[in-house]
Design a protein around this ligand. Structure first.
Ligand code: GRF
Length: 201
């Protein structure tokens, strides 16, 4: 399975995916391209170090979101792509992009959706006072953090947590969960019935 990864910054989820491919923990998955909307994104530096094809499509250089997303589509369509993987990509993909991308899109989110969609999910969980949060990998649809859920991992919230400590505890689980889900998709074990994801044993 060939994947294209979109990421905006730190890139730790991307790094975990690459390390798992290298170690053999994730099989039949190859990264065709890493794309970032931010020229300064660490994920681009890491991809360059690893010799992985990468490109920046700087959102600031486009007059409209439509123009920007046309440029994104051009990049995705230049390479083989069976799955688009959002890993800390901090923008919402528009309807034209989603209609024309030509493959499923998955995302990872640092809460147990449908709780706490959007930005600062970990702080939202702390402010609400939940005792358990976690992370979710889901298919992307046109609504924010809304598409069919592939898998989730719960993470306990401690009384003395702040946004950083809770984020760090969740991130450890994110790095494992994304690989588990990509393997399931690569192995063709994932199907969607209505909005429910079924996993073949
Ligand atoms: C992760 O917490 C992910 O769940 C969220 O953005 C963060 C990206 O982190 N969507 P990284 O860039 O993968 O380190």
């Amino acid at each position: 399975m060939k994947i294209v990864v979109f990421a905006s910054g730190r890139g730790s989820n991307f790094k975990a995916i690459v390390e798992n491919i290298e170690s053999g923990a994730l099989t039949n998955v190859e990264v065709s391209l890493v794309l970032s909307d931010k020229p300064e994104a660490n994920v681009l530096t890491y991809a360059a170090e690893k010799g992985i094809p990468h490109v920046c499509v700087d959102s600031k250089t486009f007059a409209t979101k439509d123009d920007y997303e046309k440029a994104l589509l051009e990049e995705v369509h230049k390479v083989p792509c069976n799955l688009l993987v959002l890993a800390g990509y901090m923008r919402i993909l528009g309807e034209d992009f989603m209609t024309n991308v030509g493959c499923p899109v998955v995302n990872i989110h640092p809460s147990l959706l449908p709780s706490f969609p959007g930005l600062h999910a970990q702080q939202q969980a702390l402010d609400y006072g939940v005792k358990v949060s976690g992370c979710t990998v889901h298919f992307v649809d046109l609504e924010l953090d809304h598409g069919p859920i592939i898998a989730q991992v719960p993470v306990p919230v401690m009384d003395d947590d702040d946004e950083d400590s809770l984020s760090a505890r969740i991130l450890v689980q994110e790095h494992q969960l994304y690989t588990v889900c990509l393997q399931l998709i690569a192995d063709k074990k994932v199907s969607i019935v209505d909005r429910c994801v079924k996993i073949k044993k």
